[in-house]
Design a protein around this ligand. Structure first.
Ligand code: T6T
Length: 315
């Protein structure tokens, strides 16, 4: 089955019980469709959504496809639309394939809020909320540049083309790498959100170009596989790895020195903002078409200090 059920996240900051109702706020029904189930980024987002919904007296149901794949996400969206929630918070898995099903949701009178990812034409949505992904990609390059001021070959491992977030990260990284002197941008390869594929890409890339100095892994699963690939090649002293996202495993790798920097997003804030925008729309209040949230660069130096709060939740 494609649907991952309705597991509630064990969020420490007041989420979890999302079923309180407050008749003064209308007791709105909110559906959250993740990009993929079991991803700590979306689990943390779910925490933010549930906490904000609880405060507003709304209820939340969460589902996600087993893979980051529009052919698996579309049927989930269709069934959610048929269940007629008041609002749909959704991270579309593809900029083109998910546009029509989400527009159909809006046409059915559901307030659609895009969280994290977006689509080519999001004009049907109440609001689109995302990290500064271009800026995050640029910051990832700068972290590699800091470790290798004289330059060298750099590679990007992303997920799939057509995902708004990771495409923007690649763009930010590529522009910065091409503008910097001494760097040779080797391009992007796609891991299809499979850590094993990311590891294979990195193994092959290090065979072809044994002098790679830096790899940017554009999301959590790309980072997981990239670290494995570099370790298997025995090149952890030579290759600087910067990963997007800060799941507990990535943070362990940072502490162990396997990965040198992480770009931590603010998934709970994206979720909270999403609920607020949905409820404003339901109440006929003004909404913001676009909201950009921030990121924090985590390194060994700040992870035990102010960076500790940026770590994603795993359940
Ligand atoms: O990086 C996040 C998210 O922002 C992206 O759209 C897809 O991958 C993640 O969920 C991490 O796995």
């Amino acid at each position: 089955t494609a649907a991952a059920g309705f597991a509630l996240a064990g969020c420490s900051s007041g989420g979890g019980d999302s079923t309180s109702t407050d008749s003064a706020s209308g007791g709105y029904k909110i559906a959250f469709v993740q990009g993929v189930a079991g991803d700590e980024f979306y689990i943390s987002m779910q925490c933010g959504i549930e906490a904000a919904a609880k405060e507003a007296g709304a209820t939340v149901t969460t589902q996600g496809p087993e893979k980051f794949d529009p052919t698996l996400q579309k049927p989930i969206v269709d069934s959610v639309v048929a269940s007629k929630p008041d609002a749909l918070l959704v991270a579309p898995t593809d900029v083109t394939a998910m546009e029509a099903p989400l527009k159909a949701a809006a046409d059915a009178g559901i307030k659609v809020v895009l969280v994290d990812t977006t689509v080519d034409d999001p004009s049907f949505a109440v609001s689109a909320i995302a990290s500064d992904n271009v800026g995050g990609g640029k910051a990832a390059f700068e972290a590699i540049q800091q470790a290798h001021p004289d330059g060298g070959k750099v590679l990007v491992v992303s997920v799939d083309p057509g995902i708004s977030t990771t495409d923007a990260r690649v763009e930010g990284f590529q522009k910065a790498a091409e503008a910097a002197s001494g760097f040779d941008y080797l391009g992007v390869q796609y891991s299809h959100n499979e850590p094993a594929t990311a590891a294979e890409i990195v193994t092959a890339a290090l065979q072809k170009d044994p002098d790679i100095v830096g790899i940017f892994a554009a999301n959590l699963f790309a980072a997981e596989g990239t670290a494995t690939g570099v370790q298997q090649a025995g090149k952890q002293d030579q290759v600087t790895i910067v990963g997007f996202d800060a799941g507990p495993a990535q943070v362990e790798q940072l502490k162990a020195g396997t990965v040198q920097a992480l770009v931590a997003q603010e998934p709970a804030t994206i979720g909270k903002d999403g609920v607020e925008q949905a409820i404003a729309a339901l109440k006929g209040e003004t909404t913001e078409p676009e909201i950009q949230t921030g990121f924090t660069i985590l390194t060994k130096d700040n992870i035990d200090g102010e960076g500790a709060d940026a770590v994603y939740k795993s359940s």
